[in-house]
Ligand binder design. Structure first.
Ligand code: CA
Length: 205
């Protein structure tokens, strides 16, 4: 009887997925010290409501506690589960990153802010909308250049890189948060995130 109970409990426990190598963050928008011992990667999608919620609820605490203090780096990798609109938003964001890494994070947040609360599946990401967001939220950005860059082979290669990483790291839902090589079972459990970070900060290598 006792054995049965234990087995059931083990089955209930969320499985942790760990990869030998952490996702590479070269050419990915990153804040914090790029060579920090602990790297956190969000696989996210601009059309995903949970990603918007994660950005509002968890990201500010994470940056305050760990990124601003120089302990961890944070990078964002695009996922395209919601199709062409996800890609269009990602192309605009990556183009802004190429011009001005700081402006990227403002734009990134404003795109999520523009996501409709009610019907996020309705079409809302358009080139005009992205240009409007760039003009109002990031005046330092040359919007004409952004539009041109969005068509460039370089930006297409950034999109392919993200697609390949999504496959390679077997991302099936967004947001997927990875701390070094380990997937956070519940990305909305900040205590879990904290204890994972603390444990990795304490590791010798
Ligand atoms: Ca990217």
């Amino acid at each position: 009887m006792i054995l049965l109970v234990v087995l059931t409990k083990m089955a209930d426990k969320p499985q942790t997925q760990t990869f030998e190598d952490r996702p590479p963050i070269e050419n990915q928008p990153t804040i914090g010290k790029k060579d920090a011992k602990v790297s956190i990667v969000e696989f996210g999608d601009y059309k995903c409501p949970s990603c918007k919620a994660w950005g509002e609820q968890i990201f500010p605490r994470l940056t305050k506690d760990y990124v601003d203090t120089g302990k961890v780096s944070f990078s964002y990798i695009n996922v395209f589960f919601h199709g062409p609109e996800s890609k269009l938003a990602a192309l605009a964001a990556e183009s802004i990153y190429a011009q001005n890494p700081e402006a990227y994070w403002t734009f990134h947040k404003e795109v999520f802010n523009a996501q409709p609360k009610e019907d996020h599946d309705a079409q809302w990401v358009t080139l005009d909308k992205l240009i409007q967001i760039a003009r109002t939220s990031t005046p330092q950005i040359d919007v004409k250049k952004m539009e041109g860059d969005m068509q460039s082979e370089l930006m297409q290669s950034h999109i392919r890189l993200d697609e390949n990483l999504t496959t390679q790291y077997r991302v099936e839902e967004t947001p997927t948060i990875m701390i070094n090589g380990t997937v956070v079972a519940n990305p909305f459990d900040y205590d879990q995130i904290k204890s994972m970070i603390e444990s990795k900060l304490g590791e010798s290598k």
